[in-house]
Design a protein around this ligand. Sequence first.
Ligand SMILES: [Zn+2]
Length: 380
Amino acid sequence: MAELKNETKIDPREVLEGIGEWVTIERPSHDAKAVNVVVDKVEGQFRDLGLKLERIPGRDGFGDILECKTPWGEGKGILVLAHLDTVHPIGMIEKDLKIRQEGDSVFGPGIYDMKAGGYIAYYALRHLIRQGKKTKLPVTFLFIPEEEVGSPTSRSRIEAAARGHKYCLVMEPGRDGDKVVTSRKGVGRFVMTVKGRASHAGVRHEDGRSAILEMAKQILRIEGRTDYNRGITVNVGLINGGTGVNVISAECTAEIDLRVPDQKIAEEMTHWFLNLEPIGPDVEVRIEGGMNRPPYQKDTGIAQLFDKAQAIYREIGKDLKDVPLTGGGSDGNFTAALGIPTLDGLGADGKGAHAAYEQIYYSSLLPRTYLCTRLLETLD
Ligand SMILES: [Zn+2]
């Protein structure tokens, strides 16, 4: 702890410098090596704070999961979730997302989603420790290497951790001023495969059964299920099919993204997808998939946790709000669906997640760090 300054105030400049160190390391989800470089960095910092560490080796081409626990506290505590991967390919830092400050905006790849949030949580605990304080509850930080692709290798670990904790704080980006997240839509993923019959497009057109034509009809039907009034959106985001322009296509696949507001609609839509039948003659349709992230709904426990956060924000004369139901999923969906009071969107405010203008607002660092620090300090 030698390098810690003997400073008792949250210093937003110092927070920004720390965020900058994390942002400098580019780490797309699918690059395990790159992600593990930032995991090394974070591991070292938590080790210096005296936390108990466990590093779970990555699998399926993803980086390692890092768990850091306070050595104090017994029983169920606070789980803090942050992901260390980003969607940006290596090299963005030299192009559109050069690390720079312009007025209140600070740019960098993954700075908003969600290097800033992860660092704020680290800083918050460090801030308590350097004041000689402790949290009332034990705290576990879980750093996720592949949230941006749906947390396929970390989900079971997140859920196991959540079951052993009383609260979950998710450091995903803050929203639209002084707002946090208390509900998220559920996310479903489906893959449709159509098998038709190949044939020469000129000589034997009538013998062919076009998989692409069938898929086109299916897409119109599937996209037709978007219903903004009910909060359902469906998107066919990827399509692949055919072998040549003069060949009636024998196969076509499409990948579909589904967002739903609650569990009932999740079940309704999953059932609908899994029972889709062919529209045209002599073709086969296969559909696989299901809900990837369950809906995260604001229940009583979440409302009470949000009330506590609001009270903390009032200590610095600010008013905390929660955003209306958002379509973006996070690891908070997993913990909230298990009934663990979950507060999400606790990271820095900014805009441009996943975009080439991704940025945080410097002015949000102090209130957000204060909020996180006091949540860790006071939750009991
Ligand atoms: Zn994120």
